[in-house]
Design a protein around this ligand. Structure first.
Ligand code: AMP
Ligand code: MG
Length: 430
């Protein structure tokens, strides 16, 4: 193994962010509007016209001159009606002094008017309307172009498209959108004790769950998961599978990084001239997390024909990042959330995504040891603004069932030995 470096959580996170800032997303493809949900926008969406394209009433009521209704009640002459979708001929529907026009939500404000009085504060009397409440100029309508001027930015490149962004694209008349190809993220699980889920495990064997949790997390993060076969604790086969994984945009290894005699991952990567940015972080779970890079993988058939390529240095653009995630299933999921997710986001073309913690009140007191920042499975419960969080009962980093019962991680700073019930604590969404 190359020189080990155990860093703090913040150092580890910032190291990943610095490298993530340097990666480039894949090619651009055009997809149908609805297929773009969850994808990352490759070109900005700009306003095809002013938003709104006319001063748009936001209430049903009466378009008025605010100065006319400074003193109320006030009787105004009713000179017309504008419904949503109406576009009166110029000059045919103007609000003069002492006049008003009936208007519906979404309809264009007529010339002369500078406010809308809500229908609730009016009473119709034949050809007149009695206004019972004053309004300020500008009240109850949105001026033309107030949301965006024609040609201006609506949604920026690098935005992961959610339902609001899809709505904006639709309102700008866009039926297809340019998005970045999803990054291909290889997942390689290692360990002689790990068997595929279809197999009957021997008495000391366990089924592979990490490849599946990671695949689900990768898809959720905006990537495409490529699940490789399980690698045994044997260097030749492990080496070949790592090579294959390094042909993808990112490689996630799980297991084999915790310094056991048969934990060969770092050894194989070192032989492949990998650069390690850190080989551990002061966190729990997930202390044996490894982050590094090395030359791009060589596809198996190319390598078979040119074995000398295996030792060649790869030029920088072909550098591939990898994470060695600990094999313990909870550690795997936590370290993905803390570190790998932001690299996938960057490879997917997203703008930098800082990790944010939310706050909630602690339900029952916590005792722990100092020295590590902890991200422990926890349950957030309550309703509306009355929310509490407490640790989920768990048996340690192998307890996937505890994680499945949890809905967040409680973040315990490395200097806290006790936290009292009722204190505000940080949490990370799952
Ligand atoms: P390791 O990091 O290889 O020392 O593994 C730590 C623990 O995680 C061991 O108990 C392994 O059996 C378990 N483990 C490793 N890989 C997987 C996997 N793919 N699925 C579930 N558990 C695993
Ligand atoms: Mg192992």
């Amino acid at each position: 193994m190359s020189s080990a470096s155990i860093v703090t959580f913040e150092e580890a996170r910032h190291t990943v962010e610095q490298h993530a800032a340097k990666v480039a997303p894949g090619e651009v493809e055009r997809v149908d509007l609805l297929a773009a949900a969850g994808r990352v926008l490759a070109e900005p969406i700009v306003a095809d016209r002013d938003f709104p394209p006319f001063p748009r009433a936001t209430r049903d009521g009466y378009a008025v001159r605010a100065a006319d209704v400074e003193q109320v009640p006030k009787r105004l002459e009713l000179v017309g009606e504008i419904r949503a979708g109406d576009w009166p001929e110029p000059g045919t529907c103007t609000v003069g002094v002492g006049q008003t026009v009936s208007i519906m939500t979404g309809a264009p404000l007529p010339a002369g008017a500078d406010a809308v009085v809500m229908v609730e504060y009016t009473a119709v009397a034949g050809k007149s309307v009695d206004i019972q409440r004053s309004v300020q100029r500008g009240e109850n309508f949105v001026p033309r172009g107030a949301e965006a001027r024609q040609g201006h930015l609506l949604v920026d490149r690098g935005t992961r498209l959610d339902h609001a962004a899809i709505a904006i694209a639709a309102s700008a008349g866009t039926s297809t959108l340019p998005v970045f190809r999803k990054p291909r993220v290889a997942v390689l699980s290692t360990g002689d004790e790990v068997v595929e889920i279809g197999a009957t495990p021997g008495p000391a064997q366990i089924r592979n769950s990490n490849t599946y949790s990671l695949a689900a997390q990768i898809e959720h993060a905006g990537g495409e998961a490529i699940r490789l076969p399980i690698a045994p604790d044997e260097p030749v086969r492990l080496r070949a599978l790592i090579e294959e994984g390094l042909t993808c945009d990112l490689l996630l290894l799980t297991g084999g990084v915790s310094m056991g005699k048969y934990d060969l991952v770092e050894q194989v990567l070192t032989e492949r001239k990998a650069e390690f940015y850190f080989t551990g972080a002061k966190i729990q779970p997930g202390k044996p997390i490894v982050f590094g890079s090395c030359g791009a993988g060589i596809p198996a058939r190319v390598l078979a024909a040119n074995p000398q390529l295996a030792r060649a240095e790869m030029p920088a653009p072909h550098k591939k990042y990898f994470f060695g995630l600990p094999g313990n299933p909870v550690s795997t999921m936590v370290t993905f959330r803390l570190f790998a997710q932001s690299m996938i986001a960057a490879l997917a073309g997203m703008k930098p995504q800082p990790l944010i913690f939310l706050k909630a009140r602690l339900k029952s007191k916590i005792r722990t040891k100092t020295g590590l920042r902890r991200f422990l499975p926890a349950v957030l419960s309550g309703e509306f603004e009355n929310v509490e969080v407490e640790l989920a009962a768990w048996q340690g980093s192998g307890d996937i069932a505890a994680l499945a019962r949890a809905n967040c991680f409680l973040v315990i700073p490395p200097d806290r030995e006790q936290i009292a019930a009722g204190e505000w604590v940080s949490l990370l969404t799952a």
